[in-house]
Write a protein that binds this ligand. Structure first.
Ligand code: GLV
Length: 326
């Protein structure tokens, strides 16, 4: 029997995932290290039953329409804001993703960014590299203490809870705001649920871990920064458009908050120019899940999700399996 044709939108180099795809499917890999253009994507899906896509591929009704044989779209990542799930459900296409695989790595990155921002690590590193370290000085690179401070988490799901768990080791108070309370997360970390306004007012470090939804989009702007502590540090590892970047630049310039560490951006891969020029800002290029172990597990789970749907089995994680196949 002919194997199902699938499209992988990036030239993969994850051996276990590759092996599975090559054994179970006829896999076509996009050959260049750049996102496929919309035209390329629409042409390439015409005869495919499966699509393994990246977070930067926008999969909407038009793309699904261009692939009438598609049975499954497997997203390499946890966030699903790049996919129109309703349009897929209407067309009987199963969507899958990889929650659970990247929880710890992403929580680690939140802390790496938080500490790098609080202690001005990249700036100090650059200074040292430039040969400017001519002896201990008591007044340079003065950062912020963590102990005894309040960590606020916006979005207390799997990753938010893992971020909170790490705060216990730093002797911090933990508060969070979420669509609904997370009793399990509270039990595990001692975090306390607060209103959004309290979160802004009380947090010394405010970490955004939420997904992008109509409700979270643009949630942090000038009005919110005004309500935060002047000493506060904002960290965003969720999705860029949750923060109005231009307003964040203004807030930092006006001293409404102390600093910011960002891994995601409003218009990726563009970064708001003002952010590049500020002293107390640390920027990373969407590397939340970027560890050798986590990325290969994600790739394998994404490949397994794809293959499972193609052979009629339930995938590991899907927001619409029950609706499509139920
Ligand atoms: C990363 O941003 C993901 O959603 O997996």
């Amino acid at each position: 029997m002919a194997k199902p044709k699938v499209l992988v939108t990036w030239p993969y180099t994850f051996p276990e995932a590759d092996k599975l795809l090559q054994t179970e499917t006829e896999a076509f890999y996009h050959s260049e290290e750049r996102p496929m253009t919309r035209q390329e994507l629409m042409e390439a899906v015409t005869d495919k039953e499966g699509l393994l896509c990246m977070l930067f591929d926008r999969i909407d009704g038009e793309v699904l329409e261009a692939g009438p044989h598609l049975k499954v779209v497997s997203n390499l990542g946890v966030g699903l804001d790049n996919i129109d799930i309703e349009a897929a459900t209407q067309r009987g296409v199963v969507i899958t993703h990889t929650p659970g695989t990247l929880t710890e790595a992403t929580a680690d990155l939140a802390w790496a960014l938080l500490m790098a921002t609080a202690r001005l690590i990249p700036q100090a590193h650059q200074f040292t590299r430039e040969g400017r370290f001519i002896g201990l000085r008591y007044h340079i690179f003065l950062g912020k203490d963590l102990a005894g401070k309040t960590l606020g988490i916006y979005g207390m799901g799997r990753i938010g809870t893992a971020v909170a768990r790490r705060a216990l080791g730093f002797n911090m108070k933990i508060i969070y705001h979420n669509r609904r309370t997370n009793p399990e997360g509270e039990r595990e970390t001692g975090a306390r649920y607060v209103s959004f306004q309290e979160l802004l007012k009380e947090s010394d470090f405010l970490v955004i871990v939420a997904p992008l939804t109509p409700e979270t989009q643009g949630r942090f702007g000038m009005e919110e920064f005004r309500r935060m502590k002047k000493d506060a540090i904002l960290i965003n590892i969720g999705r860029g458009p949750i923060v109005k970047e231009k307003e964040l630049v203004e807030a930092l310039k006006e001293g409404l908050i102390w600093g910011a560490g960002l891994d995601v951006y409003e218009r990726e891969p563009q970064v708001e120019k003002g952010l590049l020029e500020l002293d107390r800002v640390v920027l990373t290029p969407h590397i939340g899940s970027a560890t050798v172990e986590t990325r290969s597990t994600m790739a394998l789970v994404a490949a397994e999700n794809l293959v499972r749907v193609l052979i009629g089995e339930k995938p590991h994680h899907s927001p619409n399996w029950d609706k499509v196949r139920g």
